[in-house]
Design a protein around this ligand. Structure first.
Ligand code: BTN
Length: 309
């Protein structure tokens, strides 16, 4: 890793000052800045002012100053990776502790749910993965993405939860997605890779149906990350004590319940009104004289233009 990264923050520092602190020449500082940018870090330069990282960047120092619990205690702030899920999987197999977090400024193969790709931009998004080692029965595994969605909504303070775990902006566009990949052997969950992608600022290449948090509230990426890790830790602990304890809070922030939906499930399309969540986290849809419980699927909110019921 280039030593300059440890010395950069959200405020400008002159090349001269950085050169002195690093014990190198100003040209060497400039070369390291270019190399960091090529690696994907959001290094900004301004004539007469010097160098900084995009304000709010989630450096280890910035996160450490805000972090409260054990989630994020082991943290890697990376430039470019294929997918943070892949990096964290390697850590999981090497025995990393629960709560370890890998965040990258740029992903070359960011993965979304159902084989989709996830687009993000350096300095613009939060794209990271959290390692969990739940001691829950397998049947409760499906509750983890719901809990993570709720923690994310609590961390950002705006928007609604589209079942199971998308966070929609107040105008109905998508702000964030969550991807859960678990390694299960028999009845045991060896580890869970919880991937979160949140659009904080508008990034080039985001599709029109995507929104950015900064359109609705003033935000700092590292503050949102620290708040999320703290809310996730609390909600996850609650899940182990009382698996259904979070459901009331989740329902209150859902933008799916009470609305007409079209759901693509592995068994085919279901249409109706989403009326409830079951204790196991599945979505209850009533329509055409039938009640269906859907464990997995892609929900389309028909005629939805924002708002939480
Ligand atoms: C979705 O499809 O809504 C889920 C998107 C999840 C994207 C995140 S970004 C960090 C982590 N690494 C990945 O490759 N994907 C997840």
């Amino acid at each position: 890793m280039l030593p300059l990264l440890d010395h950069l923050s959200g405020r400008y520092q002159s090349g001269q000052a950085l050169a002195q602190r690093l014990g190198v020449s100003r040209t060497a500082v400039w070369k390291q800045a270019l190399a960091l940018r090529a690696q994907g870090y959001p290094v900004e330069t301004q004539r007469g002012w010097g160098y900084r990282l995009a304000p709010g960047s989630p450096t280890p120092q910035a996160l450490e100053a805000l972090r409260e619990g054990r989630f994020g205690a082991f943290y890697a702030y990376l430039g470019t990776v294929e997918s943070t899920q892949e990096v964290l999987k390697g850590w999981a197999l090497d025995g990393a502790e629960e709560g370890a977090v890998v965040l990258a400024e740029r992903q070359l193969k960011g993965r979304g749910r159902r084989g989709r790709t996830w687009i993000s931009g350096s300095g613009k998004s939060l794209t990271f993965s959290v390692l969990l080692r739940p001691t829950l029965p397998l049947s409760a595994l499906a509750l983890i993405p719901l809990v993570a969605g709720l923690a994310l909504r609590e961390a950002v303070g705006v928007g609604g939860l589209k079942w199971p775990n998308d966070l929609l902006a107040p105008d109905g566009r998508k702000l964030a997605g969550i991807l859960l990949e678990a390694q299960v052997s028999g009845e045991e969950v060896a580890y869970v890779l919880l991937g979160v992608g949140l659009n904080v600022h508008q990034a080039p290449g985001l599709p029109p149906e995507a929104a950015a948090l900064a359109e609705f509230v003033e935000v700092s990426r590292v503050e949102v990350l620290a708040r999320f890790l703290s809310r996730l830790e609390a909600r996850y602990a609650e899940l182990h004590r009382n698996p259904q304890g979070f459901l009331l809070d989740y329902k209150a922030l859902s933008c799916t319940l009470g609305r007409p939906v079209r759901v693509q499930t592995p068994q085919g399309e279901v249409r109706g009104v989403a009326t409830d969540l079951s204790p196991d986290g599945s979505l209850v849809v009533e329509g055409q004289g039938q009640t269906c419980q859907i464990g997995a699927g892609d929900v389309e909110l028909i005629g939805y233009a924002g708002g939480v019921p």
